[in-house]
Ligand binder design. Structure first.
Ligand SMILES: Nc1nc2c(c(=O)[nH]1)N[C@H]1C(S)=C(S)[C@@H](COP(=O)(O)OP(=O)(O)OC[C@H]3O[C@@H](n4cnc5c(=O)[nH]c(N)nc54)[C@H](O)[C@@H]3O)O[C@H]1N2
Ligand SMILES: Nc1nc2c(c(=O)[nH]1)N[C@H]1C(S)=C(S)[C@@H](COP(=O)(O)OP(=O)(O)OC[C@H]3O[C@@H](n4cnc5c(=O)[nH]c(N)nc54)[C@H](O)[C@@H]3O)O[C@H]1N2
Ligand code: SF4
Ligand SMILES: [Mo]
Length: 724
């Protein structure tokens, strides 16, 4: 038995469940990961990524020193050739360039990405640097590509966008709907609580998803709608509830507005009308509406299938309308729950990593709020104009309005839609800085790379999907000369301030992330009661938590909604921007598999890659039959934007007419194919529907004859059982 040098409690760096982990360390190496049985939210459970995926931390390709591009005379489309540099030299160079661009073109010509994998403290300082020193609100992050549709819809309906329930409530659910969420693979530990509710509580589960995800096996009722047709389905459910008088009259009268107009707008939305649009039998729609409306308590959980659409806002409003009508909000086991994806995407937004708000959604265009932050940050003048979103930054680069990008821990050249377009845009930039733990596809064309310390090498906090603030603790020394993001930002901010001749320093001296958190607390009423000392004692606290003797808030909206009354929104039916035709006859849906993470930067440098080492395109047996394809055959998949080559996995998980490609694999990047059309309000791209063609092709060079059989690892039942 290895004797650990130490065992340190921390928070898993992958998904928004926020599992607590005990990291066993020997010689600065994490050799074992356990889950404490007595700690929320996971109580002893972990998925395969938490258990076996931490080895990326000490992967040999971790960045050890700052890097500077030497081939600056070549076009950016030529990958960078690097030389190592000292921190002094690299930070001076970045400061010179950024200050120069601010002076010449103004701060609004710089676009920045905050990081949903880094801590709250890192992100608070990042947006402070961008706003107080660079003088722009151009800060956004991957939440835009993620729950922007949900956030925009929920803000309109109730004025708050966080998950209303806690994870702890899940196993006691009575009735719940899961839609557009492949929960087993993307929030595995949450999926276990949900399955427990079914198995142990006899809860009623309705799954609404075009793909036969594993949760369907636990469902009382599974509605398999055509991709992109959700609004019609929810409208028809609301129609049934109205016609059968199943709505909660007291709730509607006391806590909502706009019901009468909404009811009027539903007149045409019969289940038969919806059946024609969605392909779901009218009888099933009626049954689902009754099960949900008649339940004592019912909650709705959703993921990217709802949000990542050019009408993601409408999808969310359609869901909110039904919940408001049935009064399934504000009590335990009821609520609206967008499952947050990244380990700290909730926290990155809460910390002000968004173009229109400071911490906890305090608006930048509100005079009094701005004055408060101006004072807290040493008397700087803050820009009152909301900044650009991630998708607008890419277009701004192409148009020449954006001159430089500062990317802290994101990978737009894997995660943005229509990658050829995104790459083309980024190649136009004068200056790119990436601050990351690895060189990812975006870093490969950067001018400077600043090596960050990973979650295991720094202290701080992450905020998980149910708004629980939890500690991240330093377990090993930073790899090489890498440094925690917050430290890098302090040193850089001071340098840029000096170059811009600032008289008042906004204050960039912190001894420990706890001091950053305390500053953030002082300017954010919702976090005031959460201290490091308290987190040490209690393990985690749910915000809002306005005072140190306040217990925190596991479920929201008991008293009222942040916007006052919940509002019903009549909806139009919007069709997808690109539907299959003769030339491109399949719908492409993109998403995730259990073993990999987004652009693969972390998981492809982990032994998780041994389990799922290559890109695949899932295809229904009927479609494969028509095209004469079998599992393992090589195909070319093309859209109007580009093409990729990968192998086919024939499975009934995808519906006929739709193929599914996970977007984790750089050698066959799904986003080469996707469409960069966005929801007009939320600015989120529709990653779940575009049109593609599939053709049999020869293996790419080097792959002939080398192929291992393709196993259907999508049959993940074994794994699911294993996490108990
Ligand atoms: N293993 C792993 N886990 C992850 C991640 C990862 O990369 N890997 N990423 C994390 C992040 S950031 C996020 S945001 C979450 C995402 O978590 P999910 O939202 O669960 O992930 P997706 O794979 O995008 O799955 C979306 C689901 O939407 C369904 N869908 C497709 N089209 C439609 C439609 O038109 N309507 C509806 N209602 N559903 C549709 C798909 O069939 C699929 O079941 O996962 C998090 N967890
Ligand atoms: N086709 C398609 N595209 C999608 C989606 C989809 O469903 N389909 N989903 C979208 C969604 S929901 C999301 S959230 C985005 C995700 O998109 P991104 O956020 O761009 O993707 P990640 O690969 O998670 O990038 C995280 C980066 O952070 C680095 N990193 C890890 N830890 C740290 C740290 O402590 N500090 C710093 N500085 N860096 C760190 C990693 O090495 C990695 O390079 O992708 C979107 N793109
Ligand atoms: S469920 Fe999420 S937080 Fe928990 S171990 Fe898996 S990836 Fe980590
Ligand atoms: Mo996400």
């Amino acid at each position: 038995m290895i004797q650990p040098d130490r065992v340190v409690r921390s928070t898993c760096p992958y998904c928004g469940v926020g599992c607590q982990v005990d990291l066993y360390v020997k010689d600065d190496h994490i050799y074992r990961v356990e889950a404490p049985f007595d700690a929320a939210p996971n109580y002893g459970m972990l998925c395969v990524k938490g258990r076996f995926g931490m080895d990326y931390v000490t992967h040999p390709s971790r960045l050890r020193k700052p890097l500077i591009r030497t081939n600056t005379d070549e076009p950016r489309s030529v990958p960078s050739v690097w030389r190592e540099a000292s921190w002094e030299e690299a930070l001076d160079l970045v400061a010179d360039k950024l200050a120069g661009i601010v002076r010449q073109y103004g701060g609004d010509s710089i676009a920045t990405y905050a990081c949903a994998k880094a801590t709250n403290e890192d992100n608070y300082l990042f947006q402070k640097f961008v706003r107080a020193v660079l003088g722009t609100n151009n800060v956004d992050h991957c939440a835009r590509l993620c729950h922007a549709g949900s956030v925009t819809g929920l803000q309109l309906a109730i004025g708050s966008s966080a998950m209303s329930n806690s994870i702890a409530e899940m196993e006691h659910l009575d009735t719940f709907i899961v839609t557009g969420s492949n929960t087993t693979e993307t929030h595995p530990v949450i999926s276990n609580f949900l399955k427990r509710a079914v198995r142990k509580n006899g809860a009623t589960l309705i799954v609404i998803d075009p793909r036969r995800v594993e949760m369907t096996e636990y469902a009382t009722l599974w509605l398999r709608q055509k991709p992109g047709s959700d609004v019609a389905l929810w409208q028809a459910m609301a129609h049934v509830v109205v016609k059968e008088k199943l709505y909660n009259e007291d709730f509607v009268n006391e806590r909502t507005e706009g019901f009468a107009e909404y009811v009027e707008s539903l007149e045409h939305a019969t289940p038969e009308w919806a059946e024609a649009i969605t392909g779901v039998p009218a009888g099933d729609i009626r049954r689902a509406a009754r099960l949900y409306a008649k339940a004592k308590a019912a909650a709705i959980y959703w993921g990217m299938g709802i949000s990542q659409s050019t009408h993601g806002t409408e999808n969310t409003l359609a869901i909110a309308n039904l919940a408001l009508m049935c009064g399934h909000l504000g009590r335990p086991g009821t609520g609206l729950n967008p499952l947050r994806g990244q380990n700290n995407v909730q926290g990155c937004s809460d910390s002000g990593g968004l173009p229109n708000v400071f911490t906890a959604y305090q608006r930048v265009d509100d005079e009094a709020t701005r004055q408060k932050f101006e004072q807290a940050w040493g008397g700087v003048r803050l820009n009152p104009t909301p900044g650009l979103t991630v998708t607008e930054m890419v277009d701004g680069a192409l148009a020449g309005a954006i001159k430089a990008m500062y990317v802290m821990g994101e990978n737009p050249l894997m995660s943005e839609p229509n990658l050829n377009h995104a790459r083309h845009a980024l190649e136009e930039l004068d200056f790119i800085v990436c601050q990351d733990i690895f060189i990812n596809e975006t870093g490969a064309i950067a001018d400077v790379i600043l090596p960050s310390a990973s979650f295991a090498e720094k202290d701080g906090t992450f905020t998980n999907s149910d708004r629980r603030v939890q500690r991240v603790r330093k377990v090993i020394a930073p790899i090489g000369e890498s440094r925690p993001d917050w430290e890098i930002l302090c040193d850089l901010a001071k340098r840029v301030e000096t170059r811009l001749g600032f008289e008042t320093s906004a204050g960039w001296e912190y001894g420990h992330p706890a001091e950053i958190w305390d500053e953030m607390r002082r300017v954010t009423p919702a976090f005031q009661g959460i201290t490091y000392e308290r987190l040490e004692r209690e393990g985690g606290v749910h915000w809002p938590c306005p005072a140190e003797d306040h217990p925190g808030t596991p479920y929201l909206f008991e008293e009222g909604f942040p916007r006052g009354r919940g509002k019903f929104w009549p909806l139009e039916l919007n069709r997808e921007r690109e539907l299959p035709d003769e030339e491109y006859p399949f719908i492409l849906s993109t998403g995730r598999v259990l073993y990999h993470w987004h652009g693969g930067t972390m998981t492809r440098r982990s032994r998780l890659d041994d389990i799922w080492p290559e890109a695949i395109v899932e295809m229904h047996p009927d479609d494969a039959g028509t095209l004469g394809l079998q599992t393992g055959d090589w195909v070319k998949v093309s859209s109007r934007r580009g093409q990729i080559t990968l192998r086919v996995l024939v499975t009934g998980r995808s519906p006929a007419g739709t193929v599914f490609i996970p977007f984790h694999f750089a050698e066959a990047a799904a986003n080469v194919l996707t469409l960069n059309e966005v929801d007009p309000r939320a600015k989120i791209p529709g990653y779940k529907v575009c049109a593609v063609r599939v053709e049999k092709t020869a293996p790419p060079e080097g792959r002939e004859g080398l192929d291992v059989p393709l196993v259907d690892r999508g049959a993940i039942k074994d794994m699911a059982e294993q996490i108990h």
